[in-house]
Design a protein around this ligand. Structure first.
Ligand SMILES: [Fe+2]
Length: 395
C-alpha cells in the first residue's frame, strides 16, 4: 500500500516537473515575442534574448527524466512477478510454474485452495487482491467466478489461435487448458460391453439399483446435467435426472474414487466418474485403489455415429479483474496454451490437451469422440441444473 502510494507520488512529481518546465519555456517565448514587437518595454527596440534553458532548468529537466526513467524500470521489474490462485488438486503443477519462470524470468507465487474458498477470498480481498490469475477445475466453477465479475477479458491472438472456440469464454474471460470427460465405469463380469448405455440410457429401468454417482452438490455432476439442459432443454434434463435417481444403488456419497470402489466391490454395476480418477487409481500408492481400478472397465459414452461424444469439461484459467500484473498473466496463459505448457499442464492430471495440434495420450484410454458442446454452456446452465437436482431429490 505504502509502496504504491510512493510510486504514485514519484510519477506525479515527474509529470509536474516536466509540465512546469514546458510552461515556463512557453511563457519565456511569449514574452520574447512581445518584446520583439516592441510591446514589452515600451522602447520598440529589438533585443536578442537567449532562448537556451538556463543551468537551473537543465538540472530540473535531468531530475524529471531520471525520475520517470526510474519508474519505467520499476514498472518492468513489477511485471516480472505473477501471483496465481489455483484450485487444481492433482499435484505436480510446480513443474509448469518452474518452466514458465525459466522461460520468462517472471517469478511465480502460488496459493492453492478449493474453488469455493478461492472465490470467497477474492471477494473478500476486493481491489486489494494480489492475484493475477485464477486457475479452476470445471467450467461451472469458472462461470461462478465470472458471474461475480472476477475476470477481465484477455486479448490474445495466440490464445484464440491455439484453443478451440468451444473450450473458451466467448469474450476471453477464461480459457480451457485441459479437457476432462465424465465417463462410465462398469464391472466387466456383470455388464456386457454390448449393453453399455449412453448417458440418456442410464435412466433405463434395466439399471434399477445398479448405478452409483456422487452427490448433486458436486460441480462435475452439475455440469453434466447443465449439458443435458443445453442440449435437450430443462424438461428433458429433469426427466433424465429423475430417471438416474430411480436407478441409484445407494444414496449419493463419497468422491469419484469411491464410486469406482463401489463398482469393484459389487455394490453397483455402473458408476459415472471423471476419466482421470481411473488413471490415478491405477497408479496409486494405495494397493486398495490399484486393485479396485483393475477390477473395473471404462466406457466413453455416446461414441456411435449419432452420438454427441463423451461429455467434455475443462480445467481453465482467466486474468483477474484487479490483477496487478496483467501483462505477466497474459504471458502465463499463452505459455499454458503452448505445446510445452500443454504437456506439463495435462500430464500431471491425465487430462487431454485443449490446444489444437497438441497430442498427449495415455495407454489406459483409447481414442474417443469428445462432445464439442461449448463449455460456456455448462456455466450458463449451472443454476438451472442445481434447481433440477433439488426438484428430483438427487441428494
Ligand atoms: Fe477432479
Amino acid at each position: 500500500m505504502f509502496e504504491s502510494l510512493l510510486i504514485t507520488f514519484h510519477e506525479t512529481l515527474g509529470a509536474v516537473l516536466v509540465i512546469g518546465i514546458v510552461l515556463s519555456l512557453l511563457w519565456r517565448l511569449g514574452r520574447l515575442k512581445l518584446r520583439c514587437a516592441g510591446v514589452g518595454d515600451g522602447t520598440g527596440i529589438r533585443r536578442r534574448r537567449n532562448l537556451m534553458p538556463s543551468l537551473k532548468h537543465l538540472v530540473i529537466i535531468l531530475a524529471a527524466v531520471s525520475l520517470i526513467g526510474c519508474e519505467g524500470k520499476k514498472d518492468q521489474q513489477e511485471q516480472k512477478v505473477l501471483n496465481i490462485y489455483s484450485a487444481r488438486h492433482y499435484g505436480g503443477d510446480a513443474d509448469l510454474f518452474g518452466a514458465f519462470e525459466k522461460q520468462t524470468g517472471i517469478k511465480v507465487k502460488v496459493i492453492e485452495a478449493k474453488d469455493g474458498a478461492l472465490r470467497e477470498r477474492i471477494r473478500r480481498e476486493g481491489k486489494g487482491c494480489p492475484a493475477d490469475v485464477l486457475i479452476m477445475v470445471d467450467a461451472g466453477n469458472l462461470g461462478m467466478a465470472d458471474r461475480d465479475g472476477m475476470f477481465q477479458p484477455t486479448q490474445s491472438a495466440a490464445l484464440i489461435e491455439a484453443l478451440p472456440e468451444n473450450l473458451r469464454h466467448p469474450q476471453g474471460h477464461w480459457f480451457g487448458f485441459g479437457k476432462r470427460s465424465r465417463i462410465i465405469i462398469y464391472h466387466p463380469g456383470r455388464v456386457k460391453a454390448a449393453e453399455l448405455p449412453t448417458y440418456q440410457g442410464l435412466t433405463d429401468p434395466k439399471w434399477k439399483g445398479r448405478i452409483v454417482i456422487r452427490s448433486s452438490s458436486n460441480i462435475y455432476n452439475q455440469s453434466l446435467l447443465a449439458a443435458m439442459v443445453a442440449r435437450y432443454g430443462e424438461q428433458e434434463a429433469e426427466a433424465w435426472a429423475r430417471g438416474v435417481v430411480a436407478n441409484m444403488a445407494r444414496s449419493p456419497q463419497g468422491n469419484d474414487r469411491a464410486q469406482i470402489k463401489a463398482v469393484a466391490s459389487g455394490e453397483a454395476d455402473l458408476a459415472v466418474v471423471n476419466h482421470y480418477y481411473y488413471a490415478k487409481m491405477l497408479a496409486s500408492s494405495d494397493p486398495a485403489e490399484v486393485k479396485a481400478a483393475n477390477a473395473v472397465a471404462i466406457h466413453f459414452p455416446d461414441q456411435g455415429t449419432d452420438g454427441k461424444g463423451a461429455h467434455t469439461n475443462i480445467s481453465g484459467a482467466g486474468v483477474l479483474t484487479h490483477a496487478p500484473h496483467p501483462e505477466s498473466a497474459r504471458r502465463f496463459l499463452e505459455f499454458m496454451a503452448s505445446p510445452k505448457g500443454q504437456q506439463l499442464f495435462v500430464s500431471v492430471s491425465h487430462e487431454f490437451p485443449a490446444a489444437k495440434g497438441v497430442d498427449v495420450s495415455y495407454p489406459m484410454f483409447p481414442p474417443f469422440k469428445a462432445d464439442i458442446l461449448p463449455v460456456a454452456k455448462l456455466a450458463e446452465h449451472n443454476p438451472t441444473a442445481v434447481k433440477i437436482f433439488d426438484r428430483v431429490g438427487w441428494r
